[in-house]
Design a protein around this ligand. Structure first.
Ligand code: GLC
Length: 713
């Protein structure tokens, strides 16, 4: 009897334990917002995974998992690895996973989240590049969509298919799932979870010229002068590593850049901004102040035995700041004070995967130690690797805000992690001057945008190798539509400035850049939208009609915002959205065989400007409204305007206007201008450009009290 009862007790205990365990796992999966759920594995390791630097806030429990919830991750352990199996359903088109090579539609691909210095994308078949975005966007045939965020900075392998698999040697992560009616709403929800970009300074939307490297300072001036002399608009000249003294960051080469402040003044006088590179590797040199300070302050990442870790980068053996430490980030921020006081406008943080030379991993050992502090626990490099660049640019951004008060910070980072759009813009690292990489740059920019990073672009002209004439011309023609538009090239490559191949390509480049500047009012409005909603600036074409599944693989043509389609000249049989999209030209002579075709959505109003040579000349005093009325004869569009820099806009010093245009017979249009938000004064003249049959008919200019605009030509 006794034996019997103890057996019963044991069985009861087992059953209770089993249920408790199962329930606990289940209990911890819950709704955390309307149409958002979070799923926890039974073995969730909060120390190894929290706090999440991807999310702006811990998900709060808003209820139980809604009934009929479709996308449910399942957790298991296989061969010592944590595995998440996610049945996503048949006929779902999958996108996202951040900065990736290959097709726009990601079904059948695998991606590794492990930031890697991947020159010309040659390593690991390009499965991992410089940034990590453990994020999947799924679009069903009816347009309804979901998003999956695997909330882990550890290395993950993500294989996308009907049954999507995520495996990791790190701890089993929680997974957030978003359900929405359309893909744009999913991306917006991602913005709510992981944050949005802050409004960049307007100049950061201008065209930018770089190379590894322009030196000495006289060469930098010469490049700037060429742009002005040739009437090619440009806003920024970039200083790559050769401005430094022996690749010691925060120093200037005494022979090549003896007077950085004078150089920056020179650039400013001709309306350029100056962006300078800063890498994380600090030369191990006891005579170098930054190294000494870092050593005295105990700021370096340690090896597994607790000794200063050293690895080679540009200057030879380097130590690396441990950006997980709040004290180290503060020290790093402080290093920028003198540096920025020379009149530097923005900072380019590179090599921050972090890249380490002459080792197979291209980075530091995974068992190196980060000490953490504040909310971050200590942990091995394996845990902090993908966060290294993000923590670095967070500190850099703080420096710009501190030492250039009243100016908006601009930081460009090569490495980053999902959510890192809060701190820095990005470019897609070391691509190659090859056709394939020009084509691929479009799905790359689109998938980055779908993964929360709207402010991105590829090196125009390609980085590795030398661009040939025709390739540069096509790249300039398309690259001006990247949200971030910069021409950049590797050391010792053939020159690829807009004039490098003679007059014809110079003209092609000028036309292309002119078009970007003419479209700036529209582009700036899109950046405003991105900063408020998280929507990408460059969007896949299927955003135009989410139920038209024939658009789901289109990756040559793409959208800027919702109103403008860009069709590269080399696009073969592009799929375009249905409806009366109208082609137009911004300048009379622009049909040079290189400029992409532009088309405006039926029902859209796109605000455009005259050509200017830099954003210093930018005003919205005279705006042309390009209009393509829909079938009902009306069209609407928005224009955002503010100071272009500073924070006045946060206190209402901006104007967001909505234009509503309606046809008045065949030869006139009526314009209604409505202030939607903001208190900034605007006095404008407008004219209307009626886009029809591939032509634009213009009205005369009239002030903003005018309502009826007769077309005059
Ligand atoms: C890295 C960067 C590249 C830069 C070079 C030298 O390769 O990706 O843009 O020109 O370093 O600093």
């Amino acid at each position: 009897m006794k034996k019997h009862s103890s057996l019963l007790l044991a069985v009861a205990a087992f059953v209770t334990a089993f249920f408790l365990h199962a329930c606990r796992a289940d209990d911890r999966s819950h709704a955390c917002g309307a149409g958002i759920a979070v799923f926890y594995p039974a073995t969730f390791d909060s120390v190894g995974l929290l706090p999440s630097l991807a999310l702006v806030a811990e998900p709060s429990r808003t209820g139980t998992l809604p009934r009929g919830w479709k996308v449910k991750p399942l957790f298991s352990v296989e061969q010592g690895k944590n595995v998440i199996t996610i049945p996503v359903g048949k006929d779902v088109d999958l996108y996202g996973t951040g900065e990736v090579v290959g097709a726009l539609r990601r079904n059948g691909t695998s991606t590794t989240t492990w930031n890697l210095d991947n020159y010309v994308y040659a390593l690991n078949e390009g499965k991992n590049l410089y940034q990590s975005h453990p994020w999947i966007l799924g679009v069903r045939p009816d347009g309804s969509s979901f998003g999956i965020l695997v909330d882990s900075p550890w290395r993950l392998e993500i294989t996308l298919s009907d049954t999507t698999l995520v495996t990791t040697e790190g701890p089993a992560p929680r997974v957030l799932v978003i359900e929405r009616d359309d893909p744009a709403s999913v991306v917006k929800a991602l913005g709510e979870l992981t944050g949005k970009i802050e409004m960049p300074p307007l100049w950061a939307l201008g065209f930018q010229q770089s190379r590894w490297s322009y030196f000495p300072d006289a060469r930098v001036k010469e490049i700037a002068d060429e742009f002005r002399k040739r009437n090619i608009p440009c806003d920024v000249i970039w200083m790559d590593i050769d401005y430094m003294d022996g690749f010691r960051v925060f120093t200037f080469d005494p022979a090549r850049f003896p007077e950085p402040a004078a150089l920056n003044d020179y650039l400013h006088e001709s309306d350029f901004k100056a962006v300078y590179m800063i890498d994380p590797g600090i030369k191990k040199d006891s005579l170098y102040d930054v190294y000494r300070q870092g050593t005295d302050g105990d700021h370096w990442v340690k090896d597994k035995d607790g000794r200063e870790f050293n690895g080679p980068v540009w200057p030879g053996a380097c130590a690396f700041p441990d950006f997980t430490r709040p004290e180290t980030r503060e020290w790093w921020t402080g290093l920028y004070e003198d540096f920025l006081s020379t009149g530097i406008d923005g900072v380019w943080n590179d090599m921050n995967e972090p890249a380490v030379f002459r080792v197979e991993s291209h980075t530091m050992p995974e068992d190196n130690l980060h000490r953490g502090g504040g909310v971050l626990p200590p942990g091995p490099h394996a845990r902090y690797h993908n966060l290294y660049g993000m923590l670095m640019v967070k500190a850099t951004r703080e420096a710009l805000m501190k030492y250039r008060p009243g100016k908006r910070p601009f930081v460009l980072s090569r490495a980053n992690y999902i959510g890192g759009q809060r701190y820095a813009a990005t470019w897609s690292g070391d691509n190659a001057s090859r056709w394939e990489h020009l084509r691929m740059s479009i799905p790359m920019t689109l998938n980055l945008g779908l993964s929360g990073q709207p402010f991105n672009g590829a090196d125009i002209g390609g980085f590795g190798g030398s661009a040939r004439r025709d390739l540069l011309a096509h790249w300039m023609a398309v690259g001006v539509y990247y949200p971030f538009a910069r021409n950049h090239s590797v050391q010792n490559s053939a020159d690829q400035e807009p004039w490098a191949f003679g007059e014809e390509i110079e003209n092609v480049s000028r036309r292309a850049i002119n078009r970007r500047y003419m479209l700036l009012p529209y582009l700036y409005t899109l950046f405003r939208e991105a900063s408020v909603t998280g929507l990408p600036v460059a969007r896949p074409l299927f955003f135009a009609d989410t139920r038209d599944t024939s658009l789901r693989r289109e990756e040559q043509a793409f959208l800027l915002g919702q109103d403008l389609v860009i069709v590269p000249r080399w696009a073969k049989a592009p799929r375009l959205p249905r409806g009366a999209w109208e082609n137009f030209r911004l300048e009379e002579d622009e049909d040079d065989g290189y400029q992409p075709l532009l088309a405006i959505r039926p029902g859209a109003v796109i605000p455009v400007n005259k050509v200017i040579q830099s954003t210093v000349e930018y005003t919205t005093d005279s705006i042309t409204l390009l209009v393509n009325p829909a079938d009902d004869g009306t069209a609407t569009g928005l224009l955002y305007d503010d100071d272009g820099d500073g924070y006045g806009y946060k206190n209402g010093d901006f104007a967001l206007h909505r234009f509503t245009v309606s046809r008045r017979g065949d030869n006139a249009l009526e314009l209604d201008v409505e202030r939607v938000e903001g208190t900034r004064d605007t006095r404008r003249q407008y004219r209307i450009g009626y886009v029809n049959g591939g032509k634009i008919r213009y009205s005369a200019w009239a002030d903003d009290t005018t309502r009826v605009f007769p077309l005059v030509r």
